[in-house]
Design a protein around this ligand. Structure first.
Ligand code: NAD
Length: 464
């Protein structure tokens, strides 16, 4: 274990940050957080608190990001389901795993133990400000660590509720919450943590990783990207339109795994476009601005950025905006090319560009032109050959065939990106693993010995 920060090392404006981490390190080194009994008690406490705070969290999500109550319920119930799953399986996950022992390592037995890492730092994004702080926390607690939480400054109401809830559940030498701006984050990033778990943009991901490098701290980066959706000519268009729009319009497109753009086969393009227009109407009525089921953009900057990506000449449906409400209508763009501005950055709003392809070669060529490996890919097809061809020629974090977004709802699937969309994965057992150190132990017997590997080596090479 590393050295405890000494008081004399605590200098300047980041005194409080150093002291906060020092307190947690002392608590971690007391050994209190390691036992199964302690971990399970904290997880149960957290679960009860999430259930108790459900109404307050829902109201805070409405206040900060205009989240419809049903979407808030999805966010909160996902946290509760993850807690239940972790509570159910933790004992099994904590058991050391026996593995076979190779010839050179004889005589002995081998096992892998999952050990806690220490003090963790969890940074959340604005778009699912409750779930994406609490889900990593579940993993950190399950793995026997302490945690410092930093909610996004764009969700002050949610941050207040999270702080109040955590204070009620935990002493701050075990779990603490720091609200505020980038200055607060930077002061914390100067400290030595044992694991930093960041969810946010690739731009800030780079800042986090550079700060972690100073202390060689392990990082998990859950980032974003331009996730493509492919609608092949044999797809069930009605189902595809529903599942694409359900995934895209959740949180009005401010979802890391939302379909970013669509590649549609030219033979079904007209039929698919009509199906998409009809489905928007089915979901949100004639005037989506009046629908209670659509949220709003988080702030003026993001509103202006996404509104600026709408090329009026290419609008198939939607395109209306209201700056006062930060409202952007569900918007489909047609005849988009890979060179258009809307294809150069993650959209993260309710704008959905559509491109067409005539052959698999053209489709795969376009997918390879994406600036980076995306977090997700979605393919709608009835053909296993098409599925195989697309999967063999693409690299992305995870995805669905004939659905969108729902891969993240299965705790048995690791959730994470690749390349620019992130590193490391979590959810379910993967959360426990990512917050643990896998410690290898070879236990040898001294009852007998094999002299073969000892010097003198003379003539032994000839025996091999
Ligand atoms: P962001 O990167 O702007 O902010 C994320 C966190 O970093 C926030 O807590 C913010 O306060 C902090 N931050 C911002 N600037 C900082 C700086 N200069 N130094 C230190 N900290 C800073 O991301 P966002 O706008 O909150 O969220 C949107 C992005 O997050 C999108 O790219 C989206 O795809 C991604 N995302 C990924 C996942 C995932 O699980 N992979 C989930 C949600 C969002």
């Amino acid at each position: 274990m590393g050295a405890v920060l000494e008081k004399e090392n605590v200098t300047g404006a980041s005194d409080w940050a150093a002291r906060a981490v020092e307190r947690q390190r002392r608590y971690f080194e007391s050994g209190e957080t390691r036992s199964y009994a302690f971990r399970i008690a904290q997880l149960k406490k957290l679960k009860d608190a999430v259930v108790r705070y459900q109404g307050e969290i829902q109201d805070a999500l409405k206040a900060d990001i205009g989240r419809p109550p049903f979407e808030a319920y999805i966010e909160i119930s996902t946290a509760i389901e993850d807690l239940k799953h972790t509570i159910k399986h933790l004992k099994g996950w904590m058991k050391p795993r026996k593995v076979s022992t190779s010839m050179w390592a004889q005589p002995g037995r081998s096992r892998i133990e999952s050990t806690p890492q220490g003090v963790t730092f969890l940074l959340g994004p604005y778009n699912y400000p409750f779930l994406l702080l609490v889900q990593p926390l579940i993993g950190a607690i399950a793995a026997g660590n302490t945690a410092v939480l930093k909610p996004s400054s764009l969700n002050p109401t949610v941050a207040d509720v999270v702080e109040k809830m955590m204070r009620e559940c935990f002493a701050d030498d075990y779990v603490s919450v720091f609200k505020g701006s980038t200055d607060v984050t930077n002061a914390l990033l100067e400290q030595r943590f044992d694991h930093i778990f960041f969810t946010g943009s690739p731009r800030v991901g780079r800042i986090i990783m550079a700060a972690a490098a100073k202390h060689l701290t392990k990082v998990t980066l859950e980032l974003g990207g331009k996730s493509p959706t492919i609608v092949h000519k044999d797809a069930n268009l009605k189902v595809a339109a529903r599942r694409i729009l359900a995934g895209k319009m959740l949180n009005v497109g401010q979802t890391c795994v939302a379909p970013d753009h669509i590649h549609v086969h030219q033979d079904i393009r007209d039929a698919f476009e009509q199906q998409m227009i009809a489905t928007i109407k089915e979901f949100y009525g004639d005037d989506p601005s009046k629908s209670p089921d659509l949220g709003r953009m988080i702030n003026d900057r993001h509103f202006q950025r996404v509104a600026g990506l709408i090329d009026k000449a290419k609008v198939l449906v939607g395109g209306q905006t209201d700056a006062g409400q930060r409202y952007i209508a569900p918007t489909l763009l047609k005849d988009v090319s890979m060179d258009d501005a809307v294809m150069q950055e993650e959209i993260f709003g309710p704008v959905l560009p559509m491109l067409t392809y005539a052959s698999m070669e053209e489709l795969i060529g376009n997918l390879k032109k994406l600036p980076e490996y995306p977090l997700a890919l979605y393919l709608f097809t009835a053909s296993e050959a098409v599925e195989k061809q697309v999967l063999a020629n693409t690299q992305f974090g995870g995805g669905c065939i004939n659905n969108t977004v729902m891969q993240v709802a299965n705790p048995n699937l690791p959730f994470g990106g690749v390349g620019e969309s992130g590193m490391g994965a979590y959810h379910g057992r993967n959360s426990f693993d990512v917050f643990s150190h896998q410690r290898s132990i070879l236990k040898a017997t001294t009852l007998f010995d094999i002299k073969f590997r000892y010097a003198p080596y003379k003539d032994k090479v000839n025996l091999m």
